[in-house]
Design a protein around this ligand. Sequence first.
Ligand code: SF4
Ligand code: SF4
Length: 364
Amino acid sequence: MSEEKRPYKTDFGPPDYRLLLHPVIKKNYGKWKYHEVIRPGVIKRVAESGDVVYIVKMGTPRLLATDTIRWIADLAEKYCDGYLRWTSRYNVEFILTDESKIDPLIKEIEEGGFVVGGTWDATHAKYGITNIVHTQGWIHCHTPATDASGIVKSVMDELIDYFKEMKLPAFCRISLACCLNMCGAVHCSDIAILGIHRLPPVVKNEKLPKICEVPSTVASCPTLAIRPDPKTKGVQVNEERCMYCGNCYTMCPAMPMADPEGDGISLWVGGKVSNARSGPAFSKLAVPFLPNTPPRWPETVGAIRKIVETYAEGANKHERLGEWIERIGWEKFFERTGIEFTDKHIDDFTLAQVTLRNTSQFRW
Ligand code: SF4
Ligand code: SF4
């Protein structure tokens, strides 16, 4: 009995990416000769067959109105036969085969209030800053210590020239996570913007037994700071043990974390994922605390601008921010950026001996 052959289809997850590739990319898959950045925001890719595609890279703020997505789709229909792709840093890459359409596309993008850029030319050591990858912030998540989209918009407005041009000596990846659980994984970024809580949760024992399970709330704490409180049938928190992670609030809404004074931002620098020149590295603390100051976040924006400018001025070609700091020493980093070195910069975690550099080469 012959079986009817049907294409495999599922509604779980995204469709197979090969079904959606641009025809020229599909035809030349794995057979590309070279690429070059012909100007900031525009990449030319040449295949072994001689086929060419042009990529026009447009930054987006990640959270987009449906009307904006329709506008982007219309641009793709008009200039790119309907083909585009989204990058993991929320840029849109329009894929064109007709070089003469590049200028009109960029004109329409700019008239729409968006910018083209975010590219780099490693051969000539000219790098643009890429878009900031970030988490949900106040708009969506329940445990943020700070906002995400608002800060990212303010920082990128300030650094927009670094996005539009390629004037950095190396990659500078900026990331934001609005709490230390970091669903955005900012810990290996050149500059990490990280929301921090500084106060333990407020325990609302009048509500807690009615809306939460005590055993699961107790079990939610990674530092064993929560124990049952038989008097109230709720829980108690040992503040000495609390590391302000907010995990209990995820489990139990009667233990809110948000606090207008206690919550804020810390900045971390010098991390990277790449293996080039030096190994991957975690970001290290630069600024322990900055207050939440919406809507334009002047303290955070100012500190990041200062770090980027000082780095751009002092780093060698291809030198990432962490490599530059290692070369000049942390003492010089604090001196040149004007960031104050405080006791908060000293790692006093129980297992700090693993990470602490306490040899004759120790520099901070
Ligand atoms: S980083 Fe934390 S607060 Fe922000 S969205 Fe992720 S889990 Fe929520
Ligand atoms: S915030 Fe984290 S460490 Fe503190 S009590 Fe809640 S779960 Fe435990």
